[in-house]
Design a protein around this ligand. Structure first.
Ligand code: ADP
Length: 305
């Protein structure tokens, strides 16, 4: 079994981006790449993801501008802030940390982002470019993370049967389009799929993004498959888990009080399939790296303009 090691590839990507940024800045007066993160409310999971992004930015010589709003902020205020950031030449990428409170129109807010600064690739224009396979598209970070890890481990996509479990706007749907663009034959499964097990077993590449802890057990896979687990689910940590990780994680990091598990029961399927990405340490770290790949790319385009 090949372990699709997202941490290792994240670190490799980090080194590459760091050199790319310093090479581009050498002898130039151009500003450093800067990402604006808009957060609404104070979800501990969002706080943790944002710290990971800040840490990655620091490592590659980029800047993060963290704009945190109270949960009761108005849609008009958020839109005004995004419009301001759109016009700021020192801001190259803008993301809205999801989820945002229910009362706000996610689509309206995200679509305010200038497509060239949409480093999460979630605006309507970017999604249309993705469906048209247009070269200027920006892939959503998770989707780019999945494609990058498959490519890094030289897993062929062209002509293969890819089965995706989950049809969210954030992962399942854009991933289906991206894999179609890579010439895979794509099946998308969801809550209404009959006989999920039969569908998943047909896959050469099985990608799971259902947000359901250990949904995929040994009965859902077969020999020779490549399995990519996009799920991030949190349950309470057992005491032993807490002891094991106490020295690794910072105590202020809320997420660490809970155990993170994927949508795939890793232990149950790892000896059956030919390659698998773990949780944690798989697509999660890759998503952060991919976001900054997008940032550096649009920073270069905007610096040339
Ligand atoms: P994410 O943010 O991980 O993409 P969402 O909660 O937005 O997750 O979407 C979950 C997706 O997973 C939905 O498309 C849903 O149909 C699918 N899903 C959830 N549970 C199951 C299940 N037991 N079987 C098949 N599909 C599922």
């Amino acid at each position: 079994m090949i372990l699709l090691d997202g941490k290792k590839l994240r670190d490799l990507t980090m080194d590459q981006l760091k050199s790319e940024v310093s090479d581009s800045l050498a002898g130039s007066a151009a500003p450093k790449p800067q990402l604006a993160i808009i957060q609404v409310g104070d979800l501990s999971e969002s706080n943790s993801y944002i710290s990971q992004k800040k840490l990655f930015a620091e490592k590659i010589g980029a800047i993060v501008l963290h704009k945190k709003f109270e949960a009761k902020v108005s849609e008009a205020d958020l839109i005004q802030e995004i419009n301001r950031l759109n016009l700021d030449n020192n801001i190259h990428g803008i993301i809205v940390q999801l989820p945002i409170p229910e009362g706000l129109s996610k689509h309206k807010i995200i679509d305010t982002i200038e497509p060239i600064k949409d480093v999460d690739g979630l605006t309507a224009i970017n999604l249309k470019k993705l469906s048209a396979n247009h070269a200027s598209m920006i892939l959503p970070a998770t989707v780019l993370g999945v494609l990058s890890i498959l490519k890094h481990y030289e897993i062929q996509i062209d002509g293969k049967k890819a089965v995706i479990v989950g049809r969210s706007m954030l992962v399942g749907k854009p991933l289906a389009l991206a894999l179609l663009n890579e010439n895979a034959t794509v099946t998308v499964c969801h809550r209404h799929t009959k006989n999920l097990k039969e569908e998943t077993k047909l896959a050469d590449i099985l990608i799971v993004a259902a947000g359901s802890a250990h949904l995929i057990t040994k009965d859902y896979v077969r020999k020779g498959q490549v399995v990519v687990d996009v799920g991030i689910n949190f349950g309470q940590k057992t005491e032993t888990d807490a002891k094991k990780t106490a020295t690794i994680y910072k105590p202020e990091n809320e997420i660490t009080k809970k155990k993170m598990v994927g949508d795939v029961d890793f232990e149950a399927v790892k000896d059956i399939v030919s390659a698998i990405s773990p949780v944690p340490g798989g697509i999660g770290p890759m998503t952060v790296a991919s976001l900054f790949q997008n940032l550096v790319r649009v920073w270069k385009t905007q610096s040339e303009a």
